[in-house]
Structures are given as C-alpha cells and as structure tokens.
Design a protein around this ligand. Structure first.
Ligand SMILES: *[C@@H]1O[C@H](CO)[C@@H](O)[C@H](O)[C@H]1NC(C)=O
Ligand SMILES: *[C@@H]1O[C@H](CO)[C@@H](O)[C@H](O)[C@H]1NC(C)=O
Length: 472
C-alpha cells in the first residue's frame, strides 16, 4: 500500500474513532450507542432448556418441574454425557445463533446484544473433578462477535453464570442447585480471573473488536445479607478491569499514575509495581493467575502494546444497587473509568403490579427506577432484560401497547435489551415465542420495524398518575 493511502486510511480511522467518542460523550461510555436498542443472545452460550424444549430433548436432555432433579442444565448434561457433550453443544452453538439471526437483528435495527456467558468458556477455570461443562465455547463467541461486528452490532459480555453458582434453582446459572457457593473468596477470585481474561481479549483479540462492556455478575441473590463480600468483589472487579488495561497500555481516565517500566513488559514488572489501592494483593494475585491462562490462549503475557489494537476502554457493567435490598453495596462506589448499570424487570413472575392490563400499564407508565437509581449514582441505566410475558390472557392489541409502554419507560434511561432474541417454535414450546421472542414479536407487529419508534406515543396518557407508583 502507498504511504498516502496508509495516511488517508489512518486519518479515516482517527476521525471514525473521534466521532465514535463524540457520539458517546454524553454518556461518557465509548463504544456503546447513545441509546441502546438491544436483544439478549440467551440460550446460546449458556443454554436454558425451557427456551428450546424440543431441541433439548433431541440433544438428549430431560424436562422436569424442579430443574435440579433431571438433566435440565449444561452441568447435568455434561456430567451425564462426558464423551459427547462437546460435539452435541457445538451443533447447538452453530444452529441457535448464526448468520441468518445476525441478518434478522440487523434488519430489525438492533444496535447492541448482551451475550450471556458462563465462566466455563475460559476452560482453565473449570475444576474438572467437580464441575462439568462443554468445551469449545470461546471459538463460537469469536465467530459470533465477528458476524455481529460486520453487521455493526456491539456486544456486552455478560458473566451470566459465575463460578460456584450465584443463585439457587435457576437454569441461567448453568447448574440448577441449592448449593450456592459464589459468595466465597475462592469463587470471587475465579470470577476476577475471568474478568481479566475477557478484558485482555477485548483489547488484543481482533475478533473482540465490538466487545465494549463486561458485566460483572448477572442477577446475584436479591437479599444482600446473603451475598457477603459482594461489595468488595464489585470494587475488585473494576480494579481488575482497569489494572489489566493499564498493563496493556490503555490506562482509563482517572487511573492513578504509576510510572511505566522502561521495557514495557508488565508481566515481568508486575512483582515490582508497588502495592496500591488498585493493585491490592487480590488484584495482583488475579493478574498473576491470569497470565498462564493467556499463554494457553496463545496470548504471550501482558505486555504493553505500542498501539492498542482497539482504542477503547471496557465499560464496567453492574446490576444496579436497587437490584438488591437489605443495605446492599453501591456499585457506584467502585467506579473508575466508564461504568454502566443494569436493571431487569419482569412482570410475569409477580410482585410488581396486580395481574391485569390497567395495573400493568399504570405501573410501567409511572416507573420510578431510572430516577431512583440516578439519585444513587447508578447512571446510565439500561434495562438489560425485559419481555412481554404477563400473568393473564392477552390480546394482540394489549401486547402492542405493552411493548410500546415498556420501550418508552426504558428509553428514559439509556435504553433496553429484550429477553430474548428468539425462542424455539415447536409444539412443545407452545405459544412461548409470542411474548418471549423479539423477532416473533416483530413478526406479529408488537415491536416496531424501527426499534427507536413506538406504535403510539400517547399509550401512557391515560395512566400517568401525579404521584410515582410505589412498589416498582
Ligand atoms: C514478559 O515477561 C515474561 C516474564 O518474565 C516473559 O515470560 C515474557 O516472554 C515477556 N514478554 C515479552 C513480550 O517480552
Ligand atoms: C394511543 O393510546 C391512547 C391512550 O390509550 C388512545 O386514546 C389512542 O386512541 C391511541 N392511538 C392509537 C392510534 O391507537
């Protein structure tokens, strides 16, 4: 290539980066669209068998009322079929999410995906004596990220199923069990190594160019008295992300100045970096434990790059403070560099509004969550999971209004991410896709062709009350 061509390409790249920066400056979050219109890629790399019941049976899984009592999760499956699990899951990973899905999402104007991931995607973290999960997910993640990138869609890497299981009796934890062990030093440590590896991949692996945010933990236990140490974990999560970036030569804004070692090899220098608030003993230990995993992945140490491959900072992403009760830690206290917050809202599980259309619309049209979080510094806020399911029989007209009203409410924050991009359509799955699948909702006319629009801007007019609705 002629020097002039290189120069003009560099200028084009530079102005692209600057405009990307300017676009997101209102939020201070480089890389994310200023308003998120997104979907979750649920049941892809963390399979929840309720969403694809027929495929699960065909794979060799089972269905039962209490998911801890049969082969209903990845853990139970891998334990039962150690010799075939990798091959069978590879088939699932290719068929559940692939180019036609990317094309459909791009056509639907989706600009962001949240990708639920298990800790086991970093295979070295799995204790194979007691833990059972399929192997090979990382290459699938690379494949999917690249397909999404070509379509202009950015990704949030969501640590959805963490080491030790974060909540009881849930398929989304990868293992359905009452034995919840996440809130221990050993498993916090493993989750932090995962975080460091993902931060490195986001910066140095070309396939991760569109991975802009890392979410610490999906849906921890809501009662904060049952999550000891979670506040310290939140702080260490951010420290690990920023310390890892610092080692890669991408010190985030606000990162304390530490003199760079002359030879630029931080793996070698790590022992000589003074212990600081950021490089505390746990963070240093996490970084030490990350290096051998990187070597296995073909990344040779944390060495400062002359030019970072991707000029961005990983956005640290947390469930908001109001996800928990009983005096929870505030993730805003952990902030160093770009950070965002996630709230999930499902009416179908009860406890939000009385089970009738008027109560639902009154609740959503007066939702105080964005303001309540902002007061506590949890801003910008996304609604990272929501859907159309309700506790009563619905008409198509109601579901259209219900989608509109939720989108309007969540857009008062930084946007929304629907659960899920798709749901199996089969006799066994019944009518589930109608309320749980974005693409089906679009086909049925509940969603709008342009996700930034609604069918009826005044859908909330009859339901706005002067006082904010309580309880939501
Ligand atoms: C950095 O230092 C580590 C530890 O001494 C060494 O293994 C690695 O090869 C070095 N990396 C580079 C790029 O020099
Ligand atoms: C929009 O919603 C309002 C409030 O329910 C209703 O009065 C109006 O008729 C709706 N408009 C359309 C075009 O459906």
């Amino acid at each position: 290539m002629r020097p002039a061509a290189i120069l003009s390409q560099s200028i084009a790249l530079l102005s692209f980066l600057l405009s990307a920066l300017a676009d997101s400056e209102s939020l201070g979050l480089p890389g994310l669209p200023s308003k998120i219109y997104g979907v979750n890629l649920g049941s892809w790399l963390v399979l929840e068998s309720w969403m694809l019941p027929q495929e699960w049976l065909d794979m060799g899984g089972q269905q039962c009322d209490d998911c801890s009592t049969c082969i209903a999760t990845e853990f139970a499956f891998a334990q039962a079929f150690p010799d075939t699990v990798d091959k069978i899951f590879k088939g699932h990973w290719f068929s559940w999410f692939n180019q036609p899905d990317v094309d459909a999402l791009a056509d639907a104007g989706i600009n962001t995906v949240r990708i639920p991931l298990g800790y086991w995607i970093i295979e070295a973290l799995v204790d194979r004596k007691t833990e059972f999960y399929p192997r090979g997910g990382l290459d699938q993640l690379r494949r999917g990220l690249q397909q999404l990138h070509k379509a202009g869609i950015v990704a949030i890497l969501d640590h959805h199923a963490v080491p030790g299981v974060q909540t009881a009796g849930q398929m989304f934890a990868g293992r359905c069990t009452n034995d919840v062990e996440f809130y221990t030093p050993y498993n916090y440590h493993r989750a932090l190594i995962w975080t460091s590896v993902m931060t490195v991949l986001s910066h140095v692996d070309p396939a991760f160019a569109n991975a802009v945010a890392i979410e610490a933990v999906n849906e921890p236990i809501m009662d904060a008295t049952q999550t000891p140490g979670y506040g310290d974990f939140q702080k260490n999560f951010v420290r690990v992300v920023r310390a890892t970036e610092f080692l890669l030569g991408v010190p985030a804004p606000g990162f304390p100045a530490i003199p760079a070692p002359a030879n630029g090899n931080f793996t070698a220098m790590l022992p000589n970096i003074q212990t600081t608030a950021v490089f505390n003993d746990e963070v240093r230990s996490v970084l030490q434990d990350t290096v051998p995993i990187l070597l296995k992945l073909g990344i040779f140490g944390l060495s400062r790059r002359k030019t970072p491959l991707v000029t961005k900072y990983a956005i640290a992403f947390f469930m908001d403070i109001n996800w928990q009760h009983n005096n929870p830690a505030n993730p805003a206290d952990a902030q160093m560099g770009p950070q965002g917050y996630d709230n999930h809202l499902y009416y179908v599980f009860g406890g939000v509004a009385d089970p009738n259309p008027t109560a639902y619309l009154t609740s959503i049209c007066n939702l105080p969550r964005v303001q309540n979080d902002k007061v506590l510094g949890n801003s910008p806020l996304w609604f990272g999971e929501w859907g159309l399911p309700v506790q009563f029989e619905t008409t198509d007209d109601f579901l259209r209004d219900w989608a509109d009203a939720q989108k309007l409410a969540y857009s008062k924050g930084a946007g929304w991410i629907f659960w899920n991009f798709k749901i199996e359509k089969s006799e066994l799955a019944g009518d589930m896709a109608r309320e749980w699948s974005y693409l089906e909702g679009l086909r049925l006319g509940f969603m709008t062709k342009d996700p930034s629009k609604v069918h009826n801007e005044s859908v909330c007019a009859p339901y706005i009350t002067s006082a904010p609705a309580s309880g939501a």
